[in-house]
Design a protein around this ligand. Sequence first.
Ligand SMILES: [Mn+2]
Length: 396
Amino acid sequence: MPDPFDPSPDSGDRFTFGLWTVGNPGADPFGPRTRPRIPPTEIVAGLAKAGAWGVNLHDNDLVPFDASPTERDLLVKEFQQALADHGLVVPMATTNLFSHPVFRDGAFTASDAAVRAFAVRKAMKGIELGVELGASTVVFWGGREGVETDAARDCRDGLGWYRECLDFLCGWVKDQGWDLKFALEAKPNEPRGDIYLATTGHMLHFIETLEHPEMCGVNPEVAHENMPGLSMVHAVGQAMEAGKLFHIDLNAQRIGRYDQDLRFGSEDLKGAFFLVRMLEGTCGHPAYDGPRHFDAHAYRTEDVDGVWDFAAGCMRSYKILVARAAAFDADPEVQEILEHNHADPDGIGPILAGFNASNLAALEELVLDPDSLATRGHRYERLDQLAMEHLMGARS
Ligand SMILES: [Mn+2]
């Protein structure tokens, strides 16, 4: 019998990985790579075999920074052939605006206008590549958009230039007639001392100041929210409530450490459980309908076989958590506690749903006894224990 937690696009799974994730050769700031580089066409074959639905890429994951136009076209052609051979799609593309030394002081926020122009032109080429491969979402992670010292520039100038560059790119995409969405990814620090727009919440506000906010949403990453100790569930919830969850980076992270990009579900399993529950909509709200993308990489200790263990682990953990979340939300005891806490037998809630004279009068007439209200228990200890028992496999 097939394992129900093995991923398969045929059963509706929409898992994607970046070329840079399974292709990560294990280098870190303290040592070189520990495993061979896997060519993009082999990554496509491996992902298809593992049960993934799609593959995402930075421009330079496929086309080296200094490739000639002829080399570029050949690499793209080979890659497209591999996609066709293995039935994989490319739903998202992004541009590397952080590796080359030209971006050492930022790309869209660099103090040097010539660098900002170079960055916009590189992003245009990256978007063209994405469109050629069929992508509908373009991610922007501003890895170098920040400073080590605020003596470098006033952050208001940095944010203004950031906005100008994104507005320029949105205008260009619209002018091309492409139906693309931009997903902006926040991170608090690393590689810069401080990165502008440190969290998904910062990003959501910034988007509303852009010329084409409807084109732009967010790409929250578990690790990036957890590094400073914030809740990924709340970041994603705010993005979904605003209709702005355009993409997602799933991985795992221990709070307070460097960006670990660990296998999904391998740290903070409870956070992963509530995240999957929210994305899948088992709790009643609409589900996220985009690809379930993993932005993570295998431990540096692994050989190539270990890389595929890692990829399978991300997808299996996600699917297991989907089943656990569904069981939690279908549990009569869970429903009973939630219904009891959310009950509104006197119809008080609607009074607050809009200021007007009649609601004001109704509010003033309410008999509200804070001492009595303060005695009501919520049974959150029991509710959380039920979540934990579902998570640990003690209830089904
Ligand atoms: Mn990361």
